[in-house]
Design a protein around this ligand. Sequence first.
Ligand SMILES: [Zn+2]
Length: 355
Amino acid sequence: MRAIVATPPDRNSVQLMELHKPKPKENEALLRILKVGIDTADREINDGYYGTPPEGSPFIIIGHEAVGIVEEVGENVKNVKVGDIVVPIVRRPCIQNCLNCKNGEPDACVTGNYLEHGIIKLHGFASDYAVADAQYLVKVPEELKDEGVFLEPLSKVEKGISQLIKIQERLIWEPEDVLVTGAGPLGLLATLVLSLRGFNVLNVSRNRVESIKAKIVREAGGEYLDERENPLPSLDRKFDIIVEASGAATTALECCGLLKPNGILCFLGLYREIQECDDFGRIFANMVVGNKVAFGSVSSNRKHYEMGLKTLIDIKNKYPKVMGKLVSRELIPEKANLAFKSDFEEIKTIINFQK
Ligand SMILES: [Zn+2]
């Protein structure tokens, strides 16, 4: 079978390899992979910054955003059957099985020794066939076969937003105005989810107002501004909810100054560590006197995937043209290396293993 593998920390190591089709163990399902989405983590693995092959393997099969069909199940598998369409949950409990991992929330693991398909010590799904522990598969209805590949990134957005709502139960609060920064897949999905919930959503990112990203925001009833023409500190309004999905530390800091009293800011981006800022005092004072909250949110667990399934159906019904626009291109596995070049303006690149 074809498999897209990497050998971090080597740079530009992603390549197509011919491997044997895996056999499912008693608790596993064999999946025939339909589609795999490529994201920043995959690119960082290709760049050599990130990624750990499974023990004893010189390489890791990449790909953690996947949808597939169950082809065969091990003898103990009860929750899925041959023919089911499924999306695998990426993160698995840590070896110590800490309190959070033990209770189904490995996204809140405290030891940091969790495993992640296609990223940390478990093979991913960018291959014609893959095996996964069946208890970590989420069944997807037939009607979401094409969109299922977005369930993993959407689950991260669902987690951030559901935690935000939960945190805000700390006070009396009637949110209306939302700012989303960044228009990659997470930023656009956050814009869609919050628009669906009836908020006034402004998306600000570094893309032209005629870009497809800006069009998607407007199609969802949101407003769009190009950050290069409208720097965040110059905005003449403030927000109840801010979702920062640009991954730019400067943008993230500027967001702190745009919260209304009692507002909340969720960081969904991955930030580079060294960034300068010369006015932390003003930012922190402002957070304190306004009872504001900023929090980070990473990964997701089963309940966020389940929330995402409902949202995908709502997005399809309310904004029927939008999901197709999120897919910038579909590549055959033999051309997967194109997904790792930065010369293409995209939202999401999909590798199609049916071709
Ligand atoms: Zn843990």
